[in-house]
Design a protein around this ligand. Structure first.
Ligand code: SIN
Length: 495
């Protein structure tokens, strides 16, 4: 152990949720501990969709809430949804004041886009399809200028520190100089989601569930673990490629791009009245089915977007160009990929977890806003809005950090590459878009075998335990709802 530094607040993770929390907690002394560097790691900077906010004429937070509840199949927490949608317009104005450059209409008002399942045009974007990157640029600059924030880069939090009474009073992290203890009066998990537990994901490798696993290992309550959202259109992998794949934003389909099978025929109109703009889980399963049939699926924007592609979708255009593809002229091969986790560490209206001293925000948290399926462009919003609220509350209330009761920790021992690959393959094959009891049980047995192969006390076991809990939740919910689809189960509201 090389450090015993104490802060008022320790934020684990440096995406939009973590940085919004840190900024709002001024003047408290905040440490932001992150696996890479702010803006470099985490999923926020990859977000192409924007922020949903009822800012347009005729729209209201109540209507935004109604759309959010409908997308979530009403498994959402209605109070959390109301708080989220009420906070949205002010969240956008706060970012604006911070220097975020949102796209504007000719009259200077926000250019509001419309996405599937939103009853109004209410999506604020930045630089077309680069919203996450622009938000992270603005937040990172604000954090650099904030004297109350210290950024602890290139460190992985792997264990929570507890006081004698069980309160969370810090975290141990693995850095270049070995394990370090960072003490704090309050610890905020803003460590993102779990996409990297799957073979294909739109998330970066750091979104591997490590934050959730550390909370689980400490005994925190987790919730909604069966609800994983898959995006229908990630750029198809090249031979042997796995992990993060470039996202082809849903806004392309909003602009009229269509999905084609291997023979060049549209397959969505036969499956749903809204065709390519059907709910995300329906489109994602249709793309999955094409791939499972041994075929291929393509996104064709040649007619709908054509020559405007580089200007309207610069991020996607660059990703395609890097692979020698020209979306102005040819359909682009796509696969579905793990995209967003609705489950996470259960929190209450004050972002408190079940462990005293531990809070959670953003994708790591399950605040109840998303229910069984997240409405597009509600995720950056959630991290920002609830992060700001939490930071402001902690600025008033974070207690001093007592010394932890335990002076040392287990030796840092993550999963090796072979185990990571095996885990991601099991999750992809059996716990992705179409699930059944047999496959889930096979995955459970596979994860148990991986666990049995680890040395006692290895931290990799914590992430395997998380995967097992996810599989248990998928087994327990034997009817399909939202993003959770059981091919052997009862069909619930969402086909
Ligand atoms: C997208 O741009 O398709 C993703 C938006 C989101 O996940 O909210």
């Amino acid at each position: 152990m090389t450090s015993q530094t104490a802060f008022d607040i320790l934020v684990v993770g440096s995406g939009v949720a973590g940085l919004a929390t840190a900024l709002a907690a001024a003047p408290r002394r905040v440490a932001v501990l992150t696996r890479g560097a702010p803006g470099e790691d985490g999923a926020s900077r990859w977000a192409q969709g924007g922020i949903a906010a009822a800012l347009g004429p005729g729209d209201s937070p109540a209507q935004h809430a109604a759309d959010t509840l409908a997308a979530g199949q009403r498994l959402n927490d209605a109070d959390a949804v109301s708080r989220l949608t009420a906070a949205a317009p002010d969240t956008v104005r706060w970012l604006d004041a911070l220097g975020a450059r949102f796209d504007r209409a000719t009259d200077g008002a926000y250019a509001l886009g419309r996405e599937a399942a939103h009853a109004h045009a209410r999506i604020v974007h930045a630089q077309g399809d680069a919203s996450g990157a622009e938000l992270m640029r603005a937040l990172r600059a604000a954090v650099r200028a904030a004297p109350h924030v210290t950024v602890l880069e290139r460190r992985t939090a792997f264990e929570l520190a507890r006081a004698g009474d069980g309160r969370v009073v810090g975290a141990w992290a693995h850095g270049e100089r070995g394990p370090e203890l960072w003490r704090a009066g309050a610890v905020v998990l803003a460590s993102g989601g779990i996409g990297a537990l799957y073979r294909y994901t739109t998330n970066p490798a750091y979104a591997d569930g490590a934050g959730l696993a550390l909370a689980l290992a400490a005994g925190a309550e987790l919730a909604d673990l069966e609800f994983v959202q898959f995006h229908p259109t990630a750029l198809a992998p090249r031979d042997g490629e796995r992990g993060q794949l470039p996202l082809l934003t849903e806004a392309l389909r909003g602009a009229g791009a269509v999905l084609l099978d291997a023979r060049g025929r549209r397959f969505m109109p036969a499956l749903h009245a809204d065709a390519e703009l059907a709910p995300r889980d329906v489109v994602a399963r249709a793309v999955w089915a094409e791939c499972e049939r041994g075929g291929r699926a393509y996104l064709d924007a040649t007619r709908a977007v054509g020559d405007a592609f580089p200007a309207r979708f610069p991020t996607v255009f660059a990703a395609c160009a890097a692979r020698g593809l020209d979306p102005r002229r040819e359909p682009i091969p796509v696969v579905p990929a793990a995209h967003y986790y609705m489950g996470g560490v259960r929190v209450d209206a004050q972002a408190r977890t079940s462990l005293p001293g531990l809070y959670a925000v953003g994708e790591a948290a399950c605040s109840g806003v998303h229910g069984a399926n997240r409405l597009a462009s509600n995720s950056l919003l959630e991290g920002l809005a609830f992060g700001r609220t939490l930071g402001a509350a902690l600025a008033q209330a974070a207690p001093a950090a007592p010394a932890p009761a335990v002076a040392g920790v287990r030796v840092w021992h993550p999963l090796d590459a072979a185990a990571e690959t095996a885990l991601a393959d099991l999750m992809w094959r059996h716990a992705a878009l179409v699930r059944d009891a047999r496959g889930l049980q096979a995955a459970r047995a596979g994860v148990a075998a991986l666990r049995a192969g680890l040395p006692p006390g290895a931290h990799g076991a914590d992430r395997l335990a998380l995967a097992q809990r996810m599989l248990d939740a998928m087994l327990a919910r034997d009817a399909s709802v939202g993003a959770h689809y059981r091919s052997d189960g009862l069909r619930a509201a969402c086909a």
